[in-house]
Design a protein around this ligand. Sequence first.
Ligand code: CP
Ligand code: NVA
Length: 309
Amino acid sequence: MTAPAPIRHYLQFSDFTADEYAYLLERAALIKRKFKAYEKHHTLTDRTLALIFEKASTRTRVSFEAGMYQLGGSVVHLTSGDSQLGRSEPVEDTARVISRMVDAVMIRTFEQERLQRFAAHSRVPVINGLTNEYHPCQILADIFTYTEHRGSICGKTVAWIGDGNNMANTWAQAAALLGFELRVSTPRGYEVDTALAALDGGGKGWQNFADPRQACAGADLVTTDVWTSMGYEAENEARRKAVANWRVDESLMRMAKPDALFMHCLPAHRGEEVTAEVIDGPQSVVWDEAENRMHVQKALLEYLLLGRQ
Ligand code: CP
Ligand code: NVA
């Protein structure tokens, strides 16, 4: 008898290799083509995905829920407010119970450590749907989107402007793994955490720039995110003051290559981290980014449950 394959989780971007990402990007392209042609792609018939949200969501919920149904499966949706998680049931017990009834679990929560505790007690693959530290599904969608528009991201330059948050940490991991340069410009006090951003603690693949204009100079892609992430609302006023000069506007975009793309994971605040002219302008691919969440996550779910197809 052969031993069962060990469970794979997707808790941070560095959980997969560059070769696995190459496969996932190719598979997501196929899945997207079939979706656009109204062709059935029922590779997860009768499988169930649990979606646990301890923070708000629009894109993550709809993309996983619609995606799972399109794969022939179904979903169960829970929040802290309507489950025993909100009444202090230990996350370990929740993991033991839920993972006996479903085939995979996606969680959006606060500390990465909470997600890791869930995964350590789960019998099925666990996916990070955003934590304070990381947002790997979004970066997977962003890299897929870049590839669709401009080809491989390897060797390209990405400028991150604004808060050194979960998105920035995940971009930094991706840069080291997939061989592109990440230039980060954040205000003092909101820097990317080197330990979180590195694959091996070395911080390879990304560089800090005090001046956002320098970070954007010659970039192939300029990207930003909200100044105040979910869970940090108490810091909102201080953050607005600190980050005010890190707004992506047309003058900053002019520093980048003429064909540079603009990305934002959304939700966006026009007039804060990005101007309406940029996010609604010709270089912006934010709607493709949002749609592509669904296609890449379908590839991810298939891969975690079935392996390479
Ligand atoms: N980008 C993203 O994760 O969006 P939601 O918060 O709406 O899920
Ligand atoms: N950095 C943001 C991303 C939202 C999708 C947050 O964590 O709130």
